[in-house]
Design a protein around this ligand. Structure first.
Ligand code: SF4
Length: 135
C-alpha cells in the first residue's frame, strides 16, 4: 500500500507511541508485582539512596528522616547524600556588622555544625529550637 510521506510519518509516530505505551505498561506491571498485597506503609516501601538527592518530598519522608542522620556519620564513597541538615539550635544566633547571622546547630547525628552568613531574611531562631535546612 502506498502512503503519502505525511501519512507514513503519522503511521510511524503512532507505532512509536504504541511501543512506548506498551513498555511503560510493562514497567508499571513489574513495579506493581513487587508491592506486597494489600495496603502498605510508604515508609516501608521507600529505600534511601542516591535518588534521594533529587527527591522533592525527602523533607516529608519518614524513612529518609530516620536513616539520614545515621548515614551522615559514615564517610561515603559510593554516593553523596543530599546536603541536608536538621537538629536543634545549640547557641543563640549572632548577627555580624552586615546583618548576616551565624549559629551552631547540634544535628540529629550529634555533631556540632556551624552555619555562617545566613541572609537577613532568615527567621528569628532561638537556642534549643528545632531547625531543618537543605542545599
Ligand atoms: S527521600 Fe524520596 S527517594 Fe528517598 S527514600 Fe524517601 S521517598 Fe524515596
Amino acid at each position: 500500500m502506498l502512503r503519502s510521506s505525511g501519512a507514513a510519518k503519522r503511521y510511524r509516530g503512532r507505532k512509536a507511541v504504541a511501543r512506548i505505551r506498551d513498555r511503560a505498561d510493562e514497567e508499571r506491571r513489574q513495579l506493581l508485582a513487587r508491592l506486597p498485597p494489600g495496603p502498605a506503609e510508604a515508609a516501608n516501601l521507600a529505600t534511601v539512596g542516591i535518588h534521594c538527592r533529587w527527591c522533592d518530598v525527602r523533607h516529608l519522608c519518614s524513612r529518609y528522616r530516620a536513616e539520614a542522620p545515621r548515614l551522615w556519620a559514615i564517610p561515603r564513597n559510593d554516593y553523596p547524600l543530599p546536603l541536608d541538615l536538621w537538629g536543634e539550635v545549640a547557641d543563640a544566633p549572632r548577627r555580624n556588622e552586615s546583618g548576616e547571622f551565624s549559629l551552631r546547630i547540634r544535628d540529629d547525628a550529634g555533631r556540632q555544625v556551624a552555619i555562617i552568613a545566613l541572609g537577613q531574611r532568615q527567621p528569628t531562631l532561638a537556642a534549643n529550637q528545632p531547625v531543618i535546612g537543605s542545599d
